[in-house]
Design a protein around this ligand. Structure first.
Ligand SMILES: Nc1ncnc2c1ncn2[C@@H]1O[C@H](COP(=O)(O)OP(=O)(O)O)[C@@H](O)[C@H]1O
Ligand SMILES: [Mg+2]
Length: 318
């Protein structure tokens, strides 16, 4: 039995089909990302699970119970949004215990639980501060603590890292993964960022225009994309002419060569970008208008290569 299941959920807003026969089942403790471009239906799916939006058709199963008719506050789902959404007039501890107060948990028990939760997200020293006195990353960890305080069956996270800058984003991302693992709480994580989805998920559900394109482990989705949409959305991919067709090859599966006169493809280098662990090289193929991007490990690059140089490209031996 799954922890959370969407079964044939559809939802339209006027003539926009936000979700079409959306079906996915999350195992207990699993972290599944909904990944797709803006407007593909990710938030709608979360809001329907949380009970903030009604589905036109289909069911939401929590364990074996269909919760589609239950009001949001009876669903035991913790939600965190992109904006920190803390109550500005309440201190951090009272923010964390707010949901418990609404549920009638007594003062002492509430305070104890809030402190446990702040401990869990490593913010025990900040309980007395007001939201504006802590950083964005800390506010988002408080929002996580608040969502977890009521011991939710499922954690629903809607682009919770989008408002944070790069370094903090990775820290909070790792924190979410740690909480998911340590607490075993089933988590649905929404993002439009493929790197984020790849690094945090047990499985990724790639969506496009209200439809699921593929569900699989990060490696599976990357190595065996089910559609051209998935191949292009998850990672970079080159579409290279081969005979009368095109073949899709990841940049890291191409090798540049300065001396193989019989290389599979030839072109001129149009751009070289040093990214740190690797260097990104763009090549404009002969007889082709669209430059293709090639990634190569920096140590493997001949230091003589330069923009304008003619170069051969081969598919790496698998
Ligand atoms: N309350 C609403 N009223 C009208 N259209 C909506 C509403 N909510 C979402 N939509 C539309 O439904 C589609 C899916 O939206 P959403 O689930 O927010 O996408 P995502 O979170 O993937 O960016 C979009 O075309 C959006 O404009
Ligand atoms: Mg959204």
């Amino acid at each position: 039995m799954s922890a959370l299941e969407f079964a044939n959920v559809s939802k339209s807003f006027g003539d926009v089909n936000a979700l079409i026969n959306f079906s996915i089942a999350l195992e207990q403790g699993e972290l599944v990302s909904l990944l797709g471009p803006s407007g593909c239906g990710k938030t709608t799916a979360l809001r329907i699970a949380a009970g903030f939006e009604t589905a036109d058709t289909g069911s939401i199963l929590l364990g074996s119970t269909n919760i589609i008719g239950l009001p949001a506050h009876e669903r035991r789902m913790g939600m965190v949004f992109q904006s920190y959404s803390l109550f500005p007039h309440l201190n951090i501890r009272d923010n964390v215990s707010f949901g418990l107060r609404v549920r009638g948990v007594r003062n002492e028990a509430r305070k104890k639980r809030a402190d446990e939760m702040l401990d869990l997200v490593r913010l025990s020293d900040l309980g007395h501060r007001m939201p504006h006195q802590i950083s964005g990353g800390q506010q988002q960890r408080v929002a996580l603590a608040r969502a977890l305080a009521a011991e939710p069956h499922v954690l629903l996270l809607d682009e919770p890292l989008s408002a944070l800058d790069a370094k903090i984003r990775v820290e909070v991302r790792d924190e979410i993964r740690r909480l998911n693992r340590d607490l075993g709480v089933t988590t649905m994580f929404v993002t439009h960022d493929q790197d984020e989805a790849m690094s945090i998920s047990d499985r990724i559900c790639v969506m496009n225009s209200g439809v699921i394109e593929q569900v699989g482990s990060p490696r599976d989705v990357y190595d065996n994309p089910a559609s051209s949409f998935v191949a292009h959305f998850v990672g970079s991919i080159n579409s290279l002419p081969k005979g009368n067709t095109q073949t899709l090859i990841r940049p890291e599966n191409l090798v540049l060569t300065t001396h193989d006169q019989n290389a599979q493809w030839r072109g001129a280098i149009t751009d070289i970008t040093f990214v740190g662990a690797f260097t990104k090289i763009s090549v404009r193929l002969e007889n082709d208008d669209a430059p293709i991007s090639v990634l190569a490990i920096s140590t493997q690059i001949d230091h003589n290569i330069a923009i304008g140089l003619n170069i051969g490209i081969n598919e790496a031996a698998q």
